[in-house]
Design a protein around this ligand. Structure first.
Ligand SMILES: [Zn+2]
Length: 495
C-alpha cells in the first residue's frame, strides 16, 4: 500500500516537473543576445553629421527650471531654426506649427485619410545642471563636445538625442521619396521636465479640437536595457505600456500648546511622526498582476534556465519571485504604489509644545490604484482624529496600452530588425512623461526609445556626464526609419 502511494506520488512529481518544463520552453527559445553589427543596419546615415547636429542641439540652452519661471523664448526659437536648417527635406514635406509659441507640431499628411494617424513625441527642454556639480563633468554640460565616439552634454540622452534621431529618419524618408499612407505627426514639447502643461498638453488640446484620434503615440520612457535586469543575458527591449501616477498627501497634526515641562501624552510632532511611520510600515501591497506577469514572461527567455523555469511557473513560484523582486527599489516600484515621506515640519522652540506639525508623503501610483484610493487608504491607516490628510497633488496613472496591437508588434519587430535577436517585454514607466497628455486622443500609448542603455547611463540622465554614443544615435535613426516605413508605409495593416 505504502509502495503504491509512493509510486503514485512519484508519478505526480514527474508529471508536475514535466508540465513546468513544458511551460518553460513554451515561453520561447533563449534569444541569441547578440546585437547586429551597426554596419548592417545604419550604413545610410552620416556619422559625422548626426553627431554635429546633436552637438548643436545640446549647445542651445533650452532649460526648464520651474513652472513659475519664464520660458527662454530665444533658446526655443533657435532650436526650431536649427531643425529647419538641418532638415530641409523634412520641413518641405511636413507642415509645421508652433503651439503655445514654443512647442512644435509637425504633420506629414498621408494619402489615405481614412487610416488613423500615428504620433511621435520627444521634448526639446532639458533639466538644469545641479549647481556645484559643473566641475565634475568631463566636458562642459552645454559644450556639445564630441569625443571618444560620444556626444557629451545635458540632453544627450534626455531627450535631444531621441528628437534628432527622429528628425534624421524623417529627413531620409523625405529625401528617398517616401510617401506615408497615414498621417505621421511629430510632437516636440518645450516643458516636459516641468509637467508639460504648456507644451504637450496644449498640443493634445489642439488635436482634440480638430477631432484627431491617433492609432498610437510613441514617446520616451523605456528602451533597450543591457545589464540592468539582474541575471539577464544580453540586451532586452522594454516597451512601456503604462506610466505611474503621482500623489502628494499633506498631513497636518494638531495638539494642545503650552510649556514643554508639562506635556500631555502626544504633541503635534509625535502625531505627525506616528502618521509617517504608520504609512511606511504599511506599504501598498506588491502584486504580480497580469501586466507584471507579461513583463516576467517577456524577460524570461533571456534568463538562465533555473530563473526561466521559475518565471514560467509563477502559479507555483509567484510568492517567492515576488518577495525577491520587492528587495530591489526599482523592481519593487513596478509592483506597487510607492510611499515616500519627503518633508516634515513642526515646532519652533525646544521648550514650546507645538500646536501643529505637518508632513508630505509622495506616492507614485500604480495603474491598479487610484488617486482617491491612495488618500482614503492613508486616512484609514492613520486613523487619528487629530491628523488631517489633504491631497495637494493628484495625477492618475495612465491606462494600460495593448500588447497585441499592430503598433506594439511593430515596435517588437522593428527592434528585432535593428538590434537582432533580443528578448522584449512590456513594462511600466516609473516617472512621468509628456504622453500623459495624449491618453485621451490615442488608442494606445507606448514609451520606448530605441537606444541601448547600460546601468551607468541611468545615473547620467538628469545627472553628471550625460552623453550618448554616436553608434546609438545611428541605430536609433535607422530604427525610426524602419518603424515609420512599417507602420505608415504604402500598405499598412489597418487597426
Ligand atoms: Zn525626458
Amino acid at each position: 500500500m505504502l509502495k503504491k502511494y509512493a509510486l503514485t506520488a512519484g508519478a505526480g512529481v514527474v508529471l508536475l516537473v514535466t508540465l513546468m518544463t513544458l511551460r518553460t520552453f513554451g515561453l520561447g527559445a533563449p534569444p541569441s543576445g547578440e546585437v547586429k553589427p551597426l554596419a548592417q543596419v545604419a550604413s545610410a546615415y552620416d556619422r559625422t553629421g548626426i553627431a554635429d547636429r546633436v552637438s548643436a542641439a545640446i549647445q542651445i540652452r533650452t532649460i526648464s527650471l520651474a513652472r513659475t519661471a519664464p520660458t527662454n523664448a530665444p533658446a526655443f526659437a533657435a532650436f526650431a531654426d536649427l531643425l529647419e536648417a538641418s532638415y530641409p527635406a523634412a520641413h518641405a514635406k511636413m507642415h509645421r506649427e508652433r503651439v503655445n509659441r514654443h512647442s512644435l507640431l509637425f504633420r506629414w499628411q498621408g494619402s489615405d485619410q481614412t487610416l488613423p494617424p500615428i504620433g511621435f513625441l520627444a521634448h526639446m527642454d532639458v533639466v538644469p545642471v545641479e549647481p556645484g556639480t559643473e566641475d565634475e563633468w568631463a566636458h562642459h554640460p552645454f559644450g556639445g563636445v564630441i569625443a571618444d565616439g560620444r556626444v557629451y552634454g545635458r540632453g544627450a540622452l534626455d531627450n535631444k538625442g531621441q528628437l534628432i534621431a527622429i528628425m534624421e529618419a524623417v529627413e531620409r524618408l523625405a529625401v528617398t521619396g517616401f510617401k506615408p499612407a497615414r498621417d505621421v505627426y511629430l510632437f516636440f514639447g518645450h516643458d516636459e521636465e516641468i509637467g508639460g502643461l504648456r507644451g504637450a498638453n496644449e498640443i493634445a488640446k489642439l488635436l482634440k479640437s480638430r477631432g484627431v484620434n491617433l492609432s498610437f503615440t510613441l514617446d520616451e520612457g523605456s528602451g533597450v536595457v543591457d545589464g540592468i535586469i539582474p541575471g539577464a543575458r544580453g540586451p532586452i527591449a522594454l516597451i512601456a505600456t503604462a506610466e505611474k501616477g503621482y500623489v502628494n498627501l499633506n498631513m497636518t497634526a494638531r495638539a494642545d500648546g503650552g510649556h514643554s515641562s508639562t506635556p500631555g501624552r502626544e504633541t503635534a510632532v509625535s502625531r505627525a511622526g506616528r502618521a509617517v511611520v504608520t504609512l511606511i510600515d504599511n506599504p501598498h501591497p506588491a502584486e504580480l498582476d497580469e501586466n507584471v506577469i507579461a513583463f516576467l514572461h517577456g524577460i524570461a527567455p533571456a534568463m538562465p534556465f533555473p530563473m526561466r523555469f521559475a518565471l514560467a511557473n509563477l502559479w507555483i513560484t509567484g510568492p517567492a519571485v515576488s518577495s525577491m523582486l520587492v528587495k530591489s527599489p526599482v523592481t519593487a516600484a513596478s509592483l506597487r504604489t510607492t510611499t515616500a515621506p519627503t518633508i516634515i515640519n513642526g515646532g519652533v522652540k525646544a521648550n514650546i509644545l507645538p500646536q501643529t506639525a505637518s508632513a508630505v508623503v509622495n506616492y507614485r501610483v500604480h495603474p491598479r490604484d487610484t488617486v482617491e484610493g491612495v488618500k482614503s487608504r492613508a486616512e484609514k491607516l492613520i486613523n487619528d482624529p487629530f491628523v488631517t490628510v489633504d491631497l495637494t497633488t493628484g495625477a492618475p496613472a495612465s491606462p494600460q496600452s495593448s500588447v497585441t496591437s499592430d503598433g506594439y508588434r511593430a515596435i517588437v519587430t522593428t527592434t528585432a530588425d535593428i538590434y537582432g535577436g533580443i528578448a522584449s517585454a512590456p513594462s511600466l514607466t516609473l516617472q512621468g512623461t509628456d504622453t500623459k497628455h495624449f491618453v485621451s486622443i490615442a488608442n494606445d500609448n507606448y514609451r520606448f526609445t530605441p537606444f541601448i542603455y547600460q546601468k551607468e547611463d541611468l545615473g547620467r540622465i538628469h545627472g553628471t556626464d550625460e552623453f550618448v554614443e554616436i553608434d546609438t544615435l545611428l541605430r536609433a535613426a535607422s530604427w525610426y526609419e524602419a518603424f515609420i516605413r512599417r507602420t505608415a508605409g504604402p500598405s499598412p495593416r489597418d487597426d
